[in-house]
Design a protein around this ligand. Structure first.
Ligand SMILES: Nc1ncnc2c1ncn2[C@@H]1O[C@H](COP(=O)(O)OP(=O)(O)OP(=O)(O)O)[C@@H](O)[C@H]1O
Ligand SMILES: [Mg+2]
Length: 154
């Protein structure tokens, strides 16, 4: 079963506001997978999460390094898999240390590592919303165990 949630946002600030509301529900060990085409707002959303968790470093896509680590109210492991050649490369990165560690895991281009995502992964899909320039749609398809999280979000 599970439930779904859909937001429409009209600006980067609004996207970050939604992200902050999710951030407040997150705990170490949680994994958030972000899907969606270029410029759909994934990094913007990650910035909103990080700000809500009091991360002070600048948050940008870890394009060449694959992962950035930030320290806020909990560690944040920010992956961007856009340039990942294959899942083997993810293994050599030692991804398990992060996935099963003490921080919040955020993964852009999560479709590149789909088979490695644990069952409790929270999946967010980003889309351009053709009602206007600065608009985006964000969707959360929650599995049964995430229904409470889903209904508690604005
Ligand atoms: N409602 C909105 N929410 C988020 N970003 C928006 C919105 N409207 C416009 N934008 C703009 O769209 C761009 C989103 O870029 P962002 O880096 O967040 O996308 P991304 O999904 O991470 O892309 P990539 O796949 O290249 O990593 C930014 O330039 C941002 O200013
Ligand atoms: Mg990005």
């Amino acid at each position: 079963m599970g439930s779904a949630k859909k937001w429409s946002t009209n600006s980067p600030a609004e996207t970050q506001h939604i992200a902050a509301s999710l951030a407040r529900k997150m705990q170490p060990g949680d994994i958030v997978a972000l899907y969606g085409e270029l410029a759909s707002g994934k990094t913007t959303f990650v910035q909103g999460i990080c700000e809500a968790l009091s991360v002070r470093e600048p948050v940008t896509s870890p394009t060449y390094t694959l992962i950035n680590e930030y320290f806020g109210t909990m560690p944040v492991y920010h992956f961007d898999c856009y340039r990942l050649e294959n899942e083997d490369e993810f293994y050599s990165l030692g991804y398990e240390e992060y996935f099963f560690g003490e921080g919040l895991v955020l993964i852009e281009w999560a479709e590149r590592v789909e088979s490695l995502l644990p069952e409790h992964t929270i999946r967010l899909r980003f889309e351009h919303n053709f009602s206007g320039e600065g608009t985006r749609t964000i969707q959360l398809h929650a599995i049964e165990e995430q229904e409470e999280l889903c209904t508690s979000l604005p």
